[in-house]
Design a protein around this ligand. Sequence first.
Ligand code: SME
Length: 160
Amino acid sequence: MKADYASLNRQLSGLLAEETDVLANTANFVGLLYSEIPRINWLGVYVLRGEQLVLGPFQGKPACVRIALGQGVCGTAADTLQTQRVDDVHTFEGHIVCDPDSKSELVVPMSIDGRLIGVLDIDSPAARRFTQDDQDGVESLCETYLRSVSEEIRRSGKFI
Ligand code: SME
């Protein structure tokens, strides 16, 4: 089964429309994506705090809390500001193992006004789980999420 990203995007817009609290909207963003994207075992947000990514709202097993910029798949996405789509995590030098069941990974950097605020990380127990279609779909979900929280983040000057 494939994710229907267009429909998911509409659901996400509706879910986040009425609320301005960034933590609540991030928790629901993560909850919706985890329940609707098939064949994944972990999905969550790492928040940029200084020079480190710190674990934020997620679904799945407990995960490593702090990741330095440039470290692992998440730190590489944060450092390069490029989505990382990894078919086989065992071939990614420096990959950080949180759940040994994870075989492939998709990490999308998230920025507001050109400043990185964190990353969205998705793990799958299947190798080569994420296609270009998944990457495009998840990037567009991140854009929808960022549109909904950006005003409050600009106003408050902080993410979570
Ligand atoms: N595998 C990630 C670490 C985070 S977990 O997968 C939840 C990485 O290499 O950055």
